[in-house]
Design a protein around this ligand. Structure first.
Ligand SMILES: [Fe+2]
Ligand SMILES: [Fe+2]
Length: 148
């Protein structure tokens, strides 16, 4: 899988720490699966759901605060991920840790890291590095805009 390379660092400690944890969790998942070790998939799904809720909220709060223009599309990706993650729970209840289930988890994690963190979250990073990305909460109230 992928590493949290320095080029993916957003520059916001809370978000970067959450991304680091995600990459570590995925690495330990992959190591266990590759070594054919028993893995607590149900607990892992619960953890990912909790993680997604906390992380996406933090990221969306940040995007609102800086007036990120791609906020809606980014939220859509988060929602899609949460929906796909939720759909894995009944799949696990039917299939348990079958090869098809493990493949589905792997596919979703790959989507999250390779297609979202390294593409969409990186776009946010690029925006934050532009000149006028001071959080709106730090600007005079006359210029303050609030998202949904
Ligand atoms: Fe993220
Ligand atoms: Fe994101």
């Amino acid at each position: 899988m992928l590493d949290l390379e320095p080029s993916l660092v957003i520059g916001v400690p809370e978000i970067d720490a959450q991304h680091k944890v995600l990459f570590e969790e995925v690495a330990s998942f992959e190591a266990a699966v590759n070594a054919h070790l028993p893995y607590r998939f149900r607990e892992f799904l619960t953890y990912l759901q909790m993680y997604a809720r906390t992380h996406f909220e933090a990221e969306e709060r940040l995007m609102r605060d800086v007036g990120y223009p791609l906020l809606a599309a980014h939220i859509h990706e988060h929602s899609d991920f949460k929906r796909r993650l939720q759909s894995l729970v009944p799949k696990w209840e039917v299939e348990s840790d079958s090869p098809a289930f493990v493949l589905a988890v792997h596919g979703l994690l790959h989507f999250w890291l390779a297609d979202h963190v390294t593409v969409s979250d990186k776009r946010l990073q690029a925006f934050l590095r532009t000149a006028d990305s001071t959080p709106l909460s730090d600007k005079p109230s006359t210029t303050r805009r609030r998202g949904r």
